[in-house]
Design a binder for this molecule. Structure first.
Ligand code: SF4
Ligand code: SF4
Length: 122
């Protein structure tokens, strides 16, 4: 999923004009991608002269931090605060939740690999 690093964007609008799905707009002289509507064609990466269109992998640390911030918010809720046993249960429950998500991603990746091999290998 492409995203735009705002401090690198000069507002040239090349990506806006080139976007295959018309999902990049300008907001205060900076390009913004409507990620829900993006069709992942990658054209925006190719046209940006500033390398402002970045790849998903760079966001992993931020996404991990966002998860941890969310977990801390839950732990601070009145229901859990000052109750170590409930907090431990929550952490274990969330561990299962992230393990499930990991399995979904692994299984999806396996299916994609099979799709490539079955449909797109010459
Ligand atoms: S990947 Fe394609 S559809 Fe998505 S924002 Fe870039 S150019 Fe537009
Ligand atoms: S092409 Fe790059 S620099 Fe130009 S508006 Fe898009 S993201 Fe910004």
């Amino acid at each position: 999923m492409p995203w735009i690093k705002r401090d690198l964007c000069t507002g040239c609008q090349l990506c806006v004009d080139a976007c295959s799905a018309g999902v990049i707009v300008m907001e205060e002289d900076t390009a913004i991608i409507n990620e829900d509507a993006c069709i992942r064609c990658g054209v925006c990466h190719d046209v940006c002269p500033e390398e402002a269109v970045r790849h998903d992998g760079e966001r992993i640390p931020d996404e991990v931090q966002a998860n941890l911030d969310w977990i801390k918010t839950l732990l601070a809720h009145d229901y859990y605060a000052n109750d170590k046993a409930k907090q431990k249960q929550l952490i274990e429950r969330l561990g299962k939740y992230y393990t499930k998500n990991k399995k979904v991603i692994e299984k999806t990746s396996e299916q994609l690999e099979m799709l490539i091999n079955e449909e797109y290998t010459e």
